[in-house]
Design a protein around this ligand. Structure first.
Ligand code: PTJ
Length: 246
């Protein structure tokens, strides 16, 4: 039993979720390595949501509201860390959720599908019985996507993504938004909007923002998007890390 008095309580709770999900067969074998890398960057960011991250989240929510078919792509880690928060955000923002795994196996897809169902989300895409297509006609598991989800989406939120897939998606002409604690990752650099924050803080924060932005004029939402420059925003995140180290 973890003590709330422990100075690293919140971080330990996340580790606990990852360990549990790993034992249940939800995660990829290398999921803990990915989590550890995320932890290291979160530590350098002071384990808080920074101003550039908030800015990117306003842009994300505005873009998702204005999109015709926004989709949230989920993998093992995202599911283990924030399944309920993702379902809530998807419902508030009117997005679909699609399972998309880097290390895809029928067994993991089945388990993750069942998990979403048991958390009250039966309409999950990317399941074994879903119709799968190939983005840019690339016959490679990286490019596979649900016909009514990522394949036809105009905006895709891809938390904790790997660089290869972000690159394929980015070349498809869709709006690609990532949540990645590493501002130097290929995914962060390839995406149109990169939220440098922990997925467990970012998703609930965006649900809150959505409550506000859904009531706003569409022109204002367009302005929020037009004023944003991802490269400059990523540089600001890096600058914050450097200042923190000093
Ligand atoms: O479930 P699967 O099969 O799709 O596999 C998922 C992983 C994450 C194992 C796979 O996509 C992978 O290997 O990813 P990478 O290449 O290790 O990239 C993961 C990125 O997510 C890294 O840049 C980490 O810094 C970042 N990251 C890790 N934990 C978090 C995070 N970003 C935001 N929030 C986190 N909690």
């Amino acid at each position: 039993m973890l003590s709330k008095a422990h100075p690293r309580y919140e971080s330990l709770v996340l580790r606990d979720k990852i360990v549990k999900a790993s034992k249940e067969g939800i995660l990829a074998d290398s999921a803990m390595i990915a989590h550890g890398r995320g932890e290291a960057f979160d530590y350098l960011l002071g384990e808080k949501t920074t101003l550039p991250a908030k800015r990117a989240m306003y842009v994300t929510v505005a873009a998702m509201i204005l999109s015709k078919n926004p989709v949230i792509s989920v993998n093992g880690n995202t599911t283990a860390l924030a399944i309920d928060e993702i379902i809530e955000f998807a419902k508030v923002i009117g997005a679909k959720i699609e399972i998309n795994l880097f290390y895809r196996s029928d067994e993991r897809v089945k388990k993750i599908t069942e998990l979403y169902k048991s958390h009250g989300y039966p309409e999950i895409l990317g399941s074994l019985d879903d119709e799968i297509m190939y983005i840019n006609e690339i016959k490679n598991p990286r490019a596979s996507a649900s016909k009514s989800g990522i394949y036809s989406a105009d905006t895709i939120l891809v938390p904790l993504e790997d660089g290869d897939r972000a690159e394929i998606l980015s070349r498809s002409g869709k709006n690609i938004i990532t949540i990645d604690l590493n501002p130097l990752s290929r995914t962060s650099k390839m995406s149109d909007v990169s939220i440098v924050d922990n997925v467990v803080r970012a998703i609930p924060f965006m649900t809150k923002i959505a409550g506000d932005l859904l009531t706003q004029d569409k022109e204002l939402l367009k302005e929020i998007i037009e004023d944003f420059d991802n490269k400059t925003n990523l540089e600001e995140s890096l600058k914050l890390i450097k200042e923190d180290i000093k």
